[in-house]
Design a protein around this ligand. Structure first.
Ligand code: ADP
Ligand code: MG
Length: 363
């Protein structure tokens, strides 16, 4: 099996609308390893779809280059790129059966002599089996559920054996439960087929759960490209820290650093000890990233920070407390087990911070 890697070099796209020009994609550099599952993650309008469409050849870059296995394909037509795209709205042919929808791309290739009719039949059956649609082969799209329609569009994309599969928010129109099932299906298909997947979503949970690496995007730029763990545990800047995992960031100053152990001081004078942080010069102003799952109610004393409970939300799995740090030093959220006694609104509390999970960002 051969797989294909992609490299984007300083890729840019300028759009003009109503006499106003703006960069939809503004200097994206990225190496997408062969056979990897890579996700472009970011809020609506950050340039994910435009980047994907440039990879597919559906959009011409204003500048920059795209390489496939070292070959410059920037000016190669869509049909020569051997990539297939899966969309949120399925884009199925309504008058064709499931089988005919999946066979369509192969029939086009048959005209070029690539497949015989017998091979097409066999391949379609194989891919309907792969996406668990064998029993629905003769149905029309309107007779299928949303999840089944998306399986048809997956089979249709995969059956032609493309080198790269591009996904633009393919699960966006499915309900939450079905989305989780389809996430597992996509991971399985990726594992079984070993193809390069480039996936677009604005859903961080989806990106975290499925990807080998994530590119977090904002305003046409990649803010960080790393494994889900790197992105979550060691965000490179304030933007990534606050976008991923609902972190709260409070102002702090670095007091001391020795090897990878750091002490920072909050605006109210409380101190927090951290481990495994980046090196930052003492005296620097930083953002201290505190996630709800890394904070816990504790006894007042050394290493604890002071706050006041201002709200609580019962989440079923845990209780989420909103805590204002004393001296207007910021607001954090704290997750507490539901079997612990409730902490009343207005209570002054001390919080312990997990030193290996708290993190500082400079920019
Ligand atoms: P995303 O997929 O992350 O939501 P897009 O790539 O679709 O973002 O869009 C990025 C930016 O480019 C947005 O500001 C959008 O309005 C603009 N844009 C996208 N397509 C066009 C177009 N065909 N003409 C003009 N502006 C566009
Ligand atoms: Mg989009």
């Amino acid at each position: 099996m051969t797989t294909t890697g992609i490299e984007l070099r300083n890729l840019r796209k300028l759009y003009e609308a109503h006499g106003h020009a703006s960069w939809a994609v503004d200097g994206v550099d990225m190496t997408i390893g062969a056979g990897k599952f890579i996700t472009l993650l970011g809020p609506s309008g950050c340039g994910k779809t435009t980047t994907l469409r440039m990879i597919a050849g559906l959009e011409i870059p204003t500048s920059g280059q795209i390489f496939r296995d070292g070959e410059d394909i920037t000016d190669q037509p869509v049909t020569d790129r051997d990539m297939r795209m899966v969309f949120q709205d399925f884009a199925l042919f309504p008058n064709m059966t499931v089988e005919e929808n999946v066979a369509f791309g192969l029939r086009v290739k048959r005209k070029k002599g690539q497949y015989s009719e017998a091979q097409i039949r066999q391949r379609v059956a194989e891919f309907l089996e792969l996406v668990h649609l064998k029993d629905h082969a003769l149905k029309k799209p309107h007779q299928l559920s949303g999840g089944q329609k998306q399986r048809v569009s997956l089979a249709r994309a995969l059956v032609t054996d493309p080198k790269v599969v591009l996904f633009d928010e393919p699960l966006g129109s499915l309900d939450a439960n079905l989305r989780k099932i389809m996430q597992l299906e996509l991971i399985r298909l990726h594992r079984e087929l070993g193809k390069t997947f480039v996936y677009v979503t604005h859903d961080q949970d989806e990106a975290m759960a499925m990807s080998d690496s994530i590119a977090v995007m904002s305003q046409g730029k990649v803010m960080q490209f790393g494994t889900p763990r790197e992105i979550y545990d060691r965000p490179a800047n304030r933007y990534v820290a606050s976008f991923i995992g609902h972190a709260h960031i409070v102002n702090a100053m670095v007091e001391s650093q020795q090897a990878d152990a750091m002490t920072v001081r909050l605006e109210n004078g409380d101190r927090v000890g951290l481990q495994g942080t980046p090196t930052v010069a003492p005296g620097s102003e930083v953002g201290l990233m505190l996630r709800a799952e890394d904070l816990a109610f504790a006894d007042a004393g050394a290493g604890a920070i002071g706050g006041k409970v201002v709200d609580s939300l019962y989440r079923g799995e845990y209780v989420e407390y909103v805590v204002e740090l004393l001296g207007n030093a910021g607001v954090v959220h704290v997750h507490a087990r539901t079997d612990l006694p409730a902490v009343a609104h207005g209570t002054t509390v001390a919080l312990s911070v997990n030193p290996t999970k708290a993190h500082v960002v400079v920019h």
